[in-house]
Unconditional design. Structure first.
Length: 525
């Protein structure tokens, strides 16, 4: 997962000359642009590769005759091998551009073309298919593809791909509401990678476990795991790992009531997609921005972006569309548009009941409970909430209730009273008491007070992140990039990446100019 290192290496090659003499590098350039969420650039290299191989009048075996090539790679030089290489990279592009049907058609065709000995390539394609089926909510097929992918990637020793497919398999369990199963998948993956004595710059296993500990209200463990996961993902640079790390870190800060800090993580995630805003993963980032604005009391901003999203919500894959629509329901609920919110929530609940997506069902029932409470429909509110409690209790959900703030606390107290009047609900009573104990005491519930004031307002369209401010501060003290790398415990290429972003945001062309401009703007004291 050392994507930044790949970027550095490839950027030092003279592309045209090298691509002619080593044409498989077309795919390397395409992949590295895909891994850094530059999908437009990725498509450019895919098109160039197609054109090159159409015109090629000698065999690749002849071009690569000066190299000692193993059996698996030797097959890749055949016409069928080139077709597989091209369609593999196109499958990735189609998935993250939102063309899931095309991706599934190509991926399934590829599985029939890849020879049994090409374990590494088979593992990659199975992982991509797992993503595609997951995004369409075809969970059974997704599970089959991902289980096989996990084994193939483990067998080939491709550790970052192994973590990637393990993460998606755990995400599937989370969608089904199986927190403990998801945690076990992450734990086994993390344990296996640690046993290989290889530093894999993914961090997704740690971030995933941290997110489950956040849901269990074990905030200290969640913080420790996520910080380490984000550090690894930041050093590596693979957008799939980095984006998920930022979103989950934002979710943690949201749960803690640190909404400004949560929004900083979302801004960092948004910057990943500045070259490819149409990437479907960016829709999750945008939806999280709306959720944080609601928590900050920025209702008008959330309402506007709900009405004018940066993408066509209806064309999104099922997974992304559902997350956006649940967010939309939250906006409507906050804006007092209860009929619209209820219609949307009821429709979504009907669509989830038969496919086992318990995680989504719990959230939908919670929102319906809050909606009925606003309507003064107390019985309907308690019925929805108790259904949510029954589904959530076996897996120990906590924050999904507590993050809703004082309105949910009040409703849970009423639910507890009702449960006490019903024999045979001792477990649910104990669980509801546990949920109530998780709410902050003594009026310290940050959920009801919009904005904390720790973050200094920056007079920049694209503010510097906390890490970029750290780097800039060290630069102002004359610290070299190498020493910054050691002090912040990040790769040198990561430091250079931050510096590049600092220059862009400040419109500076040197370190001295960046420091001077930052001081002039009050960003750096």
């Amino acid at each position: 997962s050392e994507v930044y290192k790949m970027v550095d290496w490839l950027s030092e090659l003279p592309p045209d000359a090298v691509l002619t003499s080593r044409p498989f590098l077309f795919f390397s350039f395409a992949w590295v642009n895909g891994f850094t969420a530059r999908l437009g650039k990725m498509k450019e290299y895919i098109n160039r590769a197609e054109e090159f191989y159409k015109r090629l009048d000698v065999s690749l075996h002849e071009i690569y005759s000066d190299m000692d090539i193993g059996a698996e790679d030797l097959w890749m030089l055949s016409p069928q091998g080139v077709e597989v290489a091209l369609k593999s990279v196109k499958t990735f592009y189609e998935i993250f551009s939102g063309n899931i049907g095309n991706a599934i058609s190509m991926g399934e065709e590829l599985i029939g073309l890849i020879p049994a000995q090409s374990v590494r390539l088979r593992g990659i394609v199975l992982s991509l298919l797992g993503y595609a089926y997951f995004f369409t909510h075809d969970l059974d097929t997704a599970r089959d593809r991902l289980i096989e992918s996990v084994e193939m990637n483990k067998l080939s020793g491709y550790l970052s791909a192994y973590l990637d497919s393990s993460n998606r398999l755990a995400s599937l369990s989370l969608l089904e509401g199986k927190l403990r199963n998801a945690h076990e998948i992450y734990r086994q993956a993390s344990q296996y990678v640690s046993s290989q004595h290889e530093t894999v710059l993914s961090g997704i296993d740690l971030v995933g476990m941290g997110n489950i500990h956040r849901e269990w209200n074990d905030v200290e463990t969640a913080q420790r795991l996520m910080e380490e996961g984000l550090r690894l993902a930041s050093e590596g640079g693979d957008f799939m790992f980095l984006n998920e790390a930022y979103i989950n870190c934002a979710h943690l800060e949201y749960s803690k009531g640190n909404y400004n800090r949560a929004f900083e993580h979302i801004q960092s995630a948004e910057r990943i997609f500045r070259d490819s805003p149409f990437c479907i993963e960016n829709s999750l980032v945008q939806a999280w921005a709306l959720r944080i604005w609601l928590a900050q009391g920025e209702l008008s901003k959330a309402v506007y972006w709900n009405q004018h999203p940066k993408f066509d919500v209806e064309s999104l894959p099922a997974f992304h569309k559902e997350f956006w629509l649940i967010t939309r329901a939250r906006v409507l609920l906050s804006a007092g548009k209860l009929d619209e919110a209820k219609s949307l929530l009821d429709e979504m609940l009907d669509s989830t009941k038969n496919d086992g997506r318990t995680g989504a069902i719990i959230e939908l029932l919670i929102l319906l409970a809050l909606l009925h409470e606003k309507e003064k429909s107390n019985q309907a509110a308690l019925d929805c909430l108790i259904q949510a409690i029954e589904l959530a209790q076996p897996e120990g959900y906590v924050r999904i209730f507590v993050d809703e703030g004082s309105a949910m606390e009040s409703l849970l107290k009423k639910a507890l009273q009702k449960l006490r009047r019903q024999p045979g609900h001792v477990n649910l009573q104990d669980y509801t008491n546990q949920l109530l104990r998780a709410f902050p005491r003594n009026g310290s519930d940050k959920k009801d007070s919009p904005v904390s004031t720790k973050t200094v307002t920056q007079p920049l369209i694209d503010p510097l992140s906390e890490r970029e401010l750290q780097v800039l501060g060290l630069m102002a003290n004359g610290v070299s990039y190498e020493r910054i790398s050691r002090e912040l415990v990040v790769a040198l290429s990561t430091v250079r990446w931050h510096v590049k972003n600092i220059f862009r945001k400040l419109n500076a062309h040197s370190g001295m100019e960046a420091v001077a401009l930052a001081r002039e703007l009050g960003v750096l004291i």
